[in-house]
Design a protein around this ligand. Structure first.
Ligand SMILES: Cc1cc2nc3c(=O)[nH]c(=O)nc-3n(C[C@H](O)[C@H](O)[C@H](O)COP(=O)(O)OP(=O)(O)OC[C@H]3O[C@@H](n4cnc5c(N)ncnc54)[C@H](O)[C@@H]3O)c2cc1C
Length: 403
């Protein structure tokens, strides 16, 4: 497609959210819209692995690399294997997603791709304007932006944690893994003063993605992730002879600070930049799918991309803030909280709660499974912060744009 004149939609950032959105737009039948997909560079690396739970088959089922129906959980004095049916825990490798989308895009005559550093995405009247460093200005009826130009300003009103992790795909000649069981969280590691766990996603009997994960305010020196990860593989998995075939490092913002839904009238933010990351867990991929699907459906139905959150649904924002407050204020160890959640609820209820699909009765069941006085104090503090006049955060700013 020629990129001339006014476009219908520009999608800035062709990562998980941008690519998902363009896919949904065509899926709902908007195949006559002229769409431009912009990113700074084509995807050439397996830069991330997405894991999520899901019932039934999802839209990207053909590229799901592995799926598990059993999840091991090791908490505080509690270990179990969770049977999660009808859910399945799934893994999509970045490289498979990007390749799938590349091939699909090649066959979409209404979508053009361009590679350049995007410098601004703004609204001007009834137009969205996207500028790139190489001097181009593109105009469209709507722009969808997944570039985090302005990470949330740190204020005392909100909580700011980071989920940071280093993982290796390891291969060992011994049959060390049960491919049927993935470890969702293993808290049997030194907790230091925050929340730390390892997850183990077996790809076959010899190979697994092992990831050391921390919820805290600041990143660790690289050597510390390496020391902890290697220690877990040696001491807990009891694997001495292995080869690390691939490394993944990531930082995901865990904050209840709002990510603006829009930039003016014509720019809709999507992905992490659009607030799709679940503040209390960092899970984002499925929320991106939901958001993108709803935008595409709204465009199809009304010509406008606006999706509203029902008022009652906003209770989950308070639940997220309460958990962040518990962790941030050190009211209780994250290990204890997640142990209570998984020891006292069926995993399906926990998943529904984290997916924000629970009934009010289920909310009560989940809430009564954790330390009630601790969470009441945290909720009260989270509310008090919202009502107090905002001040700049006393801590130094940590870059949270990596996710
Ligand atoms: C290593 C890692 C692992 C993760 N694993 C999981 C997981 O297992 N489950 C889960 O639910 N979530 C996970 N996440 C969180 C989240 O799902 C991902 O970060 C997801 O990729 C976010 O999608 P996005 O489109 O918002 O951002 P991205 O996928 O990062 O896409 C943004 C795009 O914008 C482009 N871009 C940025 N700046 C510019 C610019 N100025 N000009 C042009 N292009 C630009 C980038 O090149 C990129 O392609 C993970 C995150 C990371 C970092």
């Amino acid at each position: 497609m020629e990129i001339e004149g006014r476009l219908d939609y520009i999608i800035a950032g062709a990562g998980a959210a941008g690519l998902s959105l363009v896919y949904y737009l065509n899926q709902v039948g908007l195949t006559d819209r002229r769409i431009l997909l912009l990113d700074r560079a084509p995807k050439t690396a397996n830069d991330r692995t997405w894991c999520f739970w899901e019932v039934g088959e999802g839209i990207f089922e053909p590229i799901v690399f592995r799926r598990w129906e059993h999840l091991a959980f090791h908490g505080e004095g509690f270990s179990t294997v969770l049977e999660i049916a009808p859910y399945r825990y799934k893994m999509i490798r970045g490289t498979d997603f990007y390749r799938f989308m590349d091939q699909w895009l090649d066959a979409q005559p209404n979508v053009a791709r361009a590679y350049a550093e995007v410098t601004s995405v703004t609204s001007d009247g009834d137009e969205a304007i996207v500028r790139t460093r190489d001097g181009h200005t593109y105009r469209a009826a709507w722009a969808f932006n997944s570039i985090l130009f302005d990470p949330p300003v740190r204020r005392t009103t909100y909580h700011y944690l980071l989920q940071h992790f280093l993982g290796w795909v390891i291969y060992t000649p011994a049959r060390a893994f049960d491919p049927q069981i993935a470890t969702l969280m293993d808290f049997r590691v030194d907790q230091a003063s925050d929340t730390r766990f390892v997850y183990v996603l077996p790809l076959d009997a010899h190979t697994a993605l092992v990831e050391y994960t921390v919820f805290s305010g600041e990143l660790l020196p690289r050597a510390e992730y390496v020391r902890q990860l290697a220690g877990y593989i040696n001491d807990r998995l009891r694997i001495a002879d292995y080869e690390a075939q691939h490394e993944e490092f990531g930082v995901i913002p865990m904050t209840d600070a709002p990510f603006p839904a829009r930039h003016g009238a014509r720019v809709i933010n999507i992905g992490t930049a659009g607030g799709c990351t679940k503040p209390s867990t960092g899970y984002t991929f499925q929320r991106i799918q939901r958001h993108a699907r709803r935008i595409a459906q709204a465009l199809k139905a009304t010509g406008r991309p606006h999706v509203a959150t029902p008022l009652l649904h906003r209770r989950y924002e308070l639940f997220d803030s309460a958990l962040l407050n518990v962790l941030d204020e050190g009211r209780e160890r994250g290990r204890r909280v997640f142990t209570d959640l998984f020891a006292r609820n069926p995993p399906q209820r926990v998943f529904r709660f984290l997916d924000e699909d629970t009934t009010l009765l289920e909310d009560l069941q989940v809430m009564s499974s954790v330390n009630i006085p601790v969470f009441m104090a945290a909720t009260a503090d989270a509310l008090r912060r919202r009502l107090a006049p905002p001040r700049s955060h006393p801590l130094s700013h940590t870059d949270s744009s990596t996710g």
